[in-house]
Design a protein around this ligand. Structure first.
Ligand SMILES: Nc1ncnc2c1ncn2[C@@H]1O[C@H](COP(=O)(O)OP(=O)(O)OP(=O)(O)O)[C@@H](O)[C@H]1O
Length: 415
């Protein structure tokens, strides 16, 4: 706690508004040196970047490194309106999605927005990133920022289970059981209405062994459910820390798929309800069946809302996070292409963990940096990525954990 308090004091005394800490385009690097113990740090590998002197008032002056002019996120635009806005941060695993999402949320909150940061990644790291216990699947206040910041770690598996339990009330788990529950199990494998096979509907499979993407879709729909209630009206910025790329892509196509599947089931149910006598024989179960059908219908509606939300350029933006390696850049390019194809608004690309220029004779650092610069060139020449606002985020010499550290990162990245 004492350490956190010390961090906080130091960070706040060096915020971007500090007279010793000029704003953009100056990027401070190596600030963490003063807090690292024993191990070699980035700043010790790049001594010229981390020279600091103890000042009489006990604060540190940090020598800074100039960043390229393009290194500006356009935060003023992101923060300016009071209408609710959603930011979804996504990319390859381990590139820094959570750190970027959490730092953005802290920055929004420190700029007067009531902010909610949500993790839909089954492998949550929000609690680790904030160094606070944010588990439990409910909105938890984050301590530290100037204005209210809440976090929500959705357990996607639990959300799916909840939904499945609801459709399970009639004793089954999937479509077949759903139909069994309505007394229509014998029709499950038969061709109905000339062309629809229940086997093709695949909803049972979806719920029992869900493809990547469904959990996240259900998680996001759960957030929508939270936000629909008046008590959460105050949130004007919602930041999503999403699951790695593959999941995101599947998530985008899922709502349509589910809409079609659930739509077919519900239509089928309607037809059968009026046309067969089988349903009458289990009439006593009608209420339970109706509940299950209602749940399906609700899920369908929410999925459509998620789909629309992802595509609403007025309220939503997907920010791609990557690192300067050719492999990560290639994946980001594919992600960007898929997002654009799906009409998801993408404007910004964060390239995280960039090594600062080396003034020492560290060969490894120089070669690594050269390699990273090549990856940046690939980005500039990539037809998918070159049109995006390129935000460069330096690799700092300590793990980014806790609100003070996130504020520090946010002041570098979100300018
Ligand atoms: N710019 C940076 N400088 C130094 N460390 C960083 C930087 N960005 C992220 N990290 C560290 O890298 C690790 C992974 O970051 P983070 O959890 O944000 O990535 P992620 O993309 O969300 O990962 P996952 O896909 O596993 O959820 C963390 O330990 C974080 O502190």
């Amino acid at each position: 706690m004492a350490k956190a308090a010390a961090w906080h004091a130091s960070f706040t005394s060096h915020s971007s508004s500090s007279p010793h800490f000029p704003r953009n385009p100056i990027v401070p690097v190596g600030f963490f040196l003063s807090f690292s113990r024993g191990t070699q740090t980035l700043s010790s590998a790049f001594p010229s970047l981390s020279i600091k002197s103890k000042r009489p008032n006990n604060s540190f002056q940090v020598r800074s490194v100039a960043a390229p002019a393009e290194d500006v996120a356009g935060f003023d635009e992101m923060v300016s309106r009071t209408e609710r806005k959603y930011y979804m941060l996504g990319g390859k695993g381990g590139v820094g999605k959570t750190s970027c999402a959490a730092s953005l949320a802290v920055k929004f909150a420190n700029n007067g927005h009531h902010t909610l940061v949500v993790s839909t990644d089954p492998a949550h790291s929000l609690s680790d990133s904030f160094a606070q216990d944010l588990t439990g699947g409910m909105l938890v206040p984050v301590e530290g920022p100037d204005f209210p910041l809440f976090a929500l770690e959705i357990n996607p598996e639990k959300a799916r289970e909840e939904f499945r339990d609801a459709t399970k009330k009639s004793g089954g788990t999937g479509v077949k059981e759903f139909m069994d529950g309505m007394g229509l199990g014998m029709l499950a494998e038969q061709t109905l209405t000339g062309c629809i096979l229940l086997g093709e509907l695949k909803l049972g499979e979806l719920l029992d062994t869900p493809p990547p993407g469904l959990d996240e879709a259900i998680a996001i729909s759960k957030v929508m459910q939270f936000l629909e209630s008046p008590q959460y009206n105050m949130f004007t910025r919602i930041v999503f820390d999403t699951a790695p790329t593959g999941h995101t892509l599947l998530l985008l196509s899922l709502p349509d798929f589910l809409d079609a599947s659930i739509g077919k089931i519900l239509k089928l149910r309607q037809k059968i309800t009026s046309a067969t006598s089988a349903i009458k024989s289990v009439f006593g179960k009608e209420e339970t069946q109706q509940n299950a059908a209602d749940k399906l219908e609700k899920l369908r509606e929410r999925m459509l809302k998620v789909r629309d939300l992802f595509r609403d350029a007025d309220s939503t933006e997907f920010v791609i996070v990557t690192i300067p390696t050719v492999m990560a850049v290639s994946e980001s390019s594919r992600l960007s292409a898929s997002l654009k194809k799906e009409n998801v608004p993408v404007k910004r690309l964060i390239v995280n963990q960039i090594l600062p220029p080396s003034a020492s004779d560290c060969k490894f650092c120089a070669v690594k940096r050269k390699d990273q610069m090549r990856a940046l060139d690939v980005i500039r020449g990539d037809p998918e990525l070159s049109s995006l606002k390129l935000i460069q985020s330096p690799l700092v010499d300590m793990e980014i954990r806790g609100v003070p550290a996130l504020k520090f990162m946010g002041d570098i990245v979100w300018k």
